[in-house]
Design a protein around this ligand. Structure first.
Ligand code: ADP
Length: 163
């Protein structure tokens, strides 16, 4: 059974994330979406809110893709989280060159800790590639329209949070 772990902060989940989740589902039998607690990053949405939004956006996707989807909050090392959930594959999304340097180091260091866990990079559809949660939050804070970057329910949650 192929188990993939797709980790992130998901603060909040965007159409970039959901695109990567759908693509990842085509590669594995079970996809664990690891929602990082990330207190240091000072998330806008608390862990429960982020998990609930990821859950809502993934509901139905399992049936659609035939892949089992599990949402798993985690606070430990990514490689330990991969062991905890039995993942042989870590899925990451790649956007521009800016992501590359960080991801390059992560792969190197994770591989040094456990070379049996493979990291796989996926790219979202072109229109979703530039989306970043951080920028979505900035746009929403300045009362911009984020409807083409996030699912409808997330847009509503952002408006409510920033009211
Ligand atoms: P962000 O970097 O937007 O704050 P996360 O930390 O939640 O988001 O990212 C989780 C993973 O999803 C990372 O591998 C990140 O590169 C990827 N990702 C986020 N947005 C996109 C996107 N628009 N296209 C492809 N991958 C993405």
């Amino acid at each position: 059974m192929r188990i993939g772990l797709y980790p992130g902060t998901f603060d909040p989940i965007t159409l970039g994330h959901t695109d990567i989740i759908k693509r990842a589902c085509a590669l594995v039998d079970r996809l664990v979406i690891g929602v990082a607690i990330n207190r240091d990053k000072g998330p806008l949405f608390d862990l429960e809110e982020r998990v609930a939004m990821v859950e809502a956006e993934c509901a139905g996707l399992g049936d659609e893709t035939g892949t089992e989807i599990i949402i798993h909050p985690f606070e430990n090392l990514l490689i330990d989280c991969a062991h905890d959930v039995g993942a042989q594959i870590i899925v990451r999304g790649l956007r521009a060159v800016a992501d590359f340097e960080y991801e390059y180091q992560m792969v190197g260091m994770n591989r040094a800790m456990d070379s049996s866990v493979e990291t796989v990079f996926l790219m979202a559809e072109a229109r979703y590639q530039s989306i970043a949660s951080k920028l979505v939050k900035e746009i929403a804070r300045l009362r911009g329209d984020v409807s083409c970057f996030v699912p409808e329910a997330v847009e509503a949650a952002l408006l409510e949070k920033l009211r």
